[in-house]
Design a protein around this ligand. Sequence first.
Ligand SMILES: C[S@@+](CC[C@H](N)C(=O)[O-])C[C@H]1O[C@@H](n2cnc3c(N)ncnc32)[C@H](O)[C@@H]1O
Length: 276
Amino acid sequence: MNYRHGFHAGNHADVLKHALLLALVHRLQEKPGGLFLLDTHGGCGHYRLDGEEARRTGEWQTGIGRLQGAAPIPALADYLDRCRRLGGENGYPGSPLLLADLLREQDRLAVCELHEETFRALRALLGQRPRVALHRRDGYEAAPALSPPPERRGLILIDPPYELQGAEFEAIERCVGKVLARWPQAVVALWYPIKRRRDLRAPLRRLAALPARAALALELMVHADDSPLRLNGSGMLVFNPPWRLAEQAAPVLQVLAERLAEGGRGDLVWLRQEQA
Ligand SMILES: C[S@@+](CC[C@H](N)C(=O)[O-])C[C@H]1O[C@@H](n2cnc3c(N)ncnc32)[C@H](O)[C@@H]1O
């Protein structure tokens, strides 16, 4: 496990993932019933944008850096407010911090993180928060083990480092398959990198065949998908998307495509559509 998210925090992929994550939770919170939120690959929860790792890549400058300080962007208002408030000066919030901040009295959050030092940082950040459980545990194993939760409503975010190449998609497929078998209504949001699009066709086809009610892919491309070495874009595949998520996500994708890339593109594709 060599991956350190600090090199990539606040980049275009984080912006897409976190803006959509907030939209997803807001949709689920339109109903009063309690939610169980699970972040299977949590990271440390907060990143310095002026620290050694972020400075080495500068990736945030073409991500969150292009959205800050500009005129208000209505589709991203909530995301940008939370980044300002939770990230602080020269900081950026990770998914566990964003999710912990969204909890209502009736909701709970569990976060898994395997890497020892990263887990220690996560515990220092969120260890005392009410209704938040932190696990130094394999997220792929925890997701089915914690399904279904007593609340029966909720969201699982799967945001792996993709260090395992093809094997990562196999692990994801097994994990999501087991979750849906135990908890068919689970909303599962899987982030995935886009380098060469053609390499994604087979894994996405297999994932779309899993028995969810529907599967919606929300993608942001910031470069042409012609290089296997560069992160040209990324996507969030949402199994069992909440009602009207697509309508809420469309302006987010559009504004990100305009702001984060020249000639960028946002795409919304139903890989599996609900039968009427
Ligand atoms: C992409 S980062 C997570 C970023 C975070 N979700 C966010 O949006 O702020 C992936 C994290 O997963 C951790 N990790 C790798 N394999 C894991 C596993 N099997 N279970 C749990 N955590 C894992 C890595 O140490 C790394 O911190």
